[in-house]
Design a protein around this ligand. Structure first.
Ligand code: SAH
Length: 349
């Protein structure tokens, strides 16, 4: 293959890469200066020039790319991408057959062999998330693969790679027939209103599916539930459907009020019997203490990082305080469901 750049891996990192770790960390490469433009293919070798793997150049968090194959002579071409998508689809066959769940992830980044790419399914619509300029340069391959392998109403995409790795705001429609959003998808029998062309978020985070089900089926019955950082209130819906006596949803974004009312309504839940607060969670803790409010079940699902007018919140730094504040308003023998999407977060609290 022409134009392939050979990069030398620092000995400290070769073992991980040889064992199947596929993120190419910035610090792992000794001759980074050879890299020119995102999307170019790179060949990794160790100190003795022994082949490690072939990947692509693309900035994503602490990485500068992903290994795509460890077979030296495998071509990174249309057939390669089509095969990866096809295998991923076959692993989700049970979901496609399940009438109670019509929204799920069909392609999960490096887990399915292509770091930097995720594809979600929402009842006939596909949403492709691109996590770097580099992976985005392969888009024709991925869209061709989808066109070959699945039927769809439409495809939408999220470019999640501005300078800070954030979503680039644009019209996200790619091809097909545009949806009339919100559409209602199902997850384990629960309904969720979803909009695939309204900014970075869709209305539901699919990776919390099992948590929502566990809350509904095992933790909510007869409980007074508090949902912090509630966004559209998906956890509150699960709790209400699971028999919670009441739910309280707290999020400071103004849009969360209408969105939460909508999620309750599409599930036939009377939203007026629930509490929805547009408020900073940390103010809500003070409010709850002042009014002697206590909860049996509390969900914590903060963003990794958030900035409000008055303060910044980061999970790495502030989770212990968040937990302490939560414990103060949780009933004895109550349950706290604590979640984070910060991948570098360990049990250090
Ligand atoms: N738990 C939600 C997802 C949370 S997304 C779900 O299951 O769908 C993170 C949310 O935190 C966003 O909606 C954002 O508006 C909110 N948020 C960020 N900082 C906040 C703060 N200090 N107080 C309340 N909400 C906050």
């Amino acid at each position: 293959m022409t134009n392939m750049i050979t990069l030398r891996v620092d000995p400290k990192y070769t073992m991980d890469l040889n064992r199947g770790y596929s993120l190419i960390l910035k610090d792992a490469i000794q001759n980074k200066e050879l890299l020119e433009s995102e999307g170019e293919l790179i060949r990794l070798v160790d100190q003795h020039n022994r082949y490690i793997g072939t990947g692509y150049y693309g900035h994503q968090n602490k990485g500068i790319g992903w290994i795509l194959t460890t077979k030296e002579h495998e071509l990174i071409d249309q057939a390669f991408f089509t095969k990866k998508v096809k295998v991923a689809l076959s692993h989700r066959e049970d979901f496609y057959q399940n009438s109670q769940t019509t929204a799920f992830r069909v392609f999960n980044g490096e887990g399915d062999g292509i770091g930097g790419l995720a594809i979600d399914y929402f009842d006939g619509y596909y949403m492709v998330s691109w996590y770097s300029e580099g992976i985005y340069s392969f888009k024709e391959y991925i869209y061709k693969a989808l066109n070959e392998l699945v039927e769809y109403k439409a495809i939408y995409e999220k470019k999640r790679f501005d300078t800070k790795g954030q979503y680039i705001d644009q019209d996200d429609f790619v091809m097909g027939t545009e949806g009339d959003f919100p559409i209602i998808v199902k997850e384990n029998g629960m309904n969720f209103a979803v909009d695939l062309n309204d900014g970075a978020m869709t209305g539901i985070f699919l990776d919390q599916r099992d948590v929502r089900r566990a809350i509904r089926d095992h933790y909510a019955k007869d409980m007074n539930m508090l949902n912090t950082f509630s966004y559209t209130g998906a956890f509150s819906v699960a709790a209400a459907l699971g028999g919670a006596t009441k739910t309280t949803s707290v999020d400071l974004a103004k849009r969360s009020l209408a969105k939460t009312i909508e999620q309750f309504s599409v599930n036939g839940i009377d939203y007026e019997a629930q509490d929805i607060k547009v408020m900073d969670v940390f103010h809500y803790f003070k409010y709850a203490e002042k009014h002697d409010l206590k909860f049996d079940l509390v969900v914590l699902d903060p963003p990794s990082f958030a900035r409000t007018k008055k303060a910044t919140f980061s999970t790495a730094k502030d989770y212990p305080k968040l937990l302490a504040d939560t414990i103060a308003i949780t009933e004895k023998n109550g349950v706290i469901v604590a979640s984070t999407n910060n991948a570098s977060f360990y049990e250090k609290i």
